[in-house]
Design a protein around this ligand. Structure first.
Ligand code: KE4
Length: 428
């Protein structure tokens, strides 16, 4: 049994000052039991807890660490930027560089507004869609998580789903009355919603590859159908690419699946590990934003120079060489190894993967939506999670989260992970 006395002491102290001892619920291990460990050092694909235990990290700070932790180019960029001041509240050149990089890599984005989190990005994109279309209703899908803005905390995924209250307390019904929640991968449900709400739906927001109920993929033709339906009804298609953006391809999921949404939301990767969000799209939509137009949106630290420097360094590194080919090959190797280990152990595991994002569900059936994901044996997942942790492999501490590979993961990391899984799965 790994000793975590320092982490336990820190957790006990944290509980005195921070609700649940954490600053984001999913970190609390409530979904898997036990106590979270505390990390004070990370490098490449590995993290070390305060007791000195080392782990292969498949959470990657929930997606931002696509190049691994403490990448030299990012650290250098942050140091250089910080020496010139950490925030100005005045336009700075790095904001322009970042905006140009996003627009160059994502053809559907002609203009972009930077903010400070994925939640801000999706919240603002919804407001912009409503302001541009002058319509109130928004369609989202159960199990998709778009951050914790009031109107989107309805049958949400990630921590909201994990803790069994996907409809958060404190959100008045009046704040979600315009939110229509549909099952993912069900085209007819979308058509019916538009037929029942003619001229009232401002847009559809979705994770093009949902990574907040584990991981499942759009069925062939599904994204194309959403594009056709929104075009037919004058509604906006909003891709929440906070998790998939610049990860599933150089231009994100929309490049991988060949769909051009009207608005896109970003976060995580574009911050290189620092707080950043962004939303962008066609100029005629984006120019409705203040100070040009009537849709207000703002942020003290939006376009922060240090965060921009980190994100620019990350995107520039991703633009070099074969980063995406490497992520794909690492993902394929992990998938093959884990599937083989599960088969050898005689355990029903459905392993879903898209590029460097993955999830192992403990169910024999295919997983295409939240209902399928809920068939996973979560008690078995808990034992799997802790078994792997004891083997020095840190997976997302919830069945309803995705795993992430980075370019820093090595073939040795994958081999260690597969060997660990072969041992642990036999005990389940
Ligand atoms: P943030 O506000 O946490 O930066 O982003 C919200 C968000 C929006 N859209 C998508 C698709 C997301 O995945 C997220 C946040 N992802 C979770 C992981 N499932 C963040 C982890 C956490 O909540 O601590």
């Amino acid at each position: 049994m790994i000793s975590r006395t320092q982490s336990d002491a820190l957790f006990a102290e944290a509980l005195n000052y921070i609700p649940g001892g954490v600053n984001s619920p999913v970190r609390a291990f409530r979904a898997v039991g036990g106590r979270p460990f505390f990390v004070n050092r990370a490098r490449g694909a590995h993290v070390w807890d305060v007791d000195g235990n080392e782990y292969v990290d498949y959470v990657g700070t929930w997606g931002p660490a696509i190049l691994g932790h403490a990448h030299p180019a990012i650290i250098k960029a942050v140091q250089t930027a910080a020496e010139n001041g950490t925030s100005f509240g005045i336009p700075n050149p790095l904001e322009v560089t970042m905006a140009k990089l996003i627009c160059e890599r994502v053809p559907s984005v002609r203009k972009v507004r930077l903010c400070n989190s994925g939640t801000e990005a999706t919240m603002s994109a919804i407001r912009l869609a409503r302001g541009f279309t002058r319509r109130d209703k928004i369609i989202k899908f159960d199990g998709c998580y778009h951050g914790h803005a009031d109107s989107l905390l309805v049958r949400a995924g990630s921590g909201a789903l994990t803790f069994g209250h996907p409809d958060s307390a404190g959100v008045p019904a009046s704040f979600t009355q315009h939110t229509i929640v549909l099952p993912y991968n069900d085209t007819e449900a979308v058509r019916a919603a538009f037929a029942a709400n003619p001229g009232q739906i401002a847009g559809i927001i979705l994770e093009p590859v949902p990574g907040n109920a584990g991981l499942y993929l759009p069925k062939p033709g599904y994204l194309e159908a959403l594009r056709e339906i929104t075009n037919a009804h004058g509604a906006l298609l909003i891709f929440d690419e906070v998790m998939t953006g610049f990860r599933l391809a150089r231009g994100g999921a929309q490049e991988r699946f060949g769909i051009q949404p009207d608005l896109s939301c970003f976060g995580k990767v574009i911050g290189g590990g620092l707080p950043v969000g962004a939303f962008g799209g066609r100029a005629e939509i984006m120019d409705c934003l203040a100070p040009l137009g009537p849709v207000y949106q703002a942020g003290t630290l939006s376009g922060n120079p240090v965060a921009m420097a980190a994100g620019i360094a990350a995107l520039e590194e991703l633009g070099k060489g074969d980063a995406y080919a490497r992520l794909e090959s690492l993902g394929a190797a992990l998938e093959a190894g884990l599937k083989e280990a599960a088969e050898a152990a005689g355990i029903p595991v459905r392993f879903n993967r898209c590029g460097s994002m993955f999830c192992a569900y403990f169910t024999a059936q295919p997983v295409w939506n939240l209902g399928d994901a809920m068939t996973s044996d979560r008690e078995r997942f808990k034992r799997y999670f802790h078994g792997m942790l004891e083997q020095g492999v840190y997976l997302a501490p919830s069945q309803f989260e995705a795993g992430f590979l980075s370019t820093a993961h090595s073939e040795q990391d994958i081999e260690k992970t597969v060997r660990a899984a072969a041992r642990v799965l036999k005990t389940l």
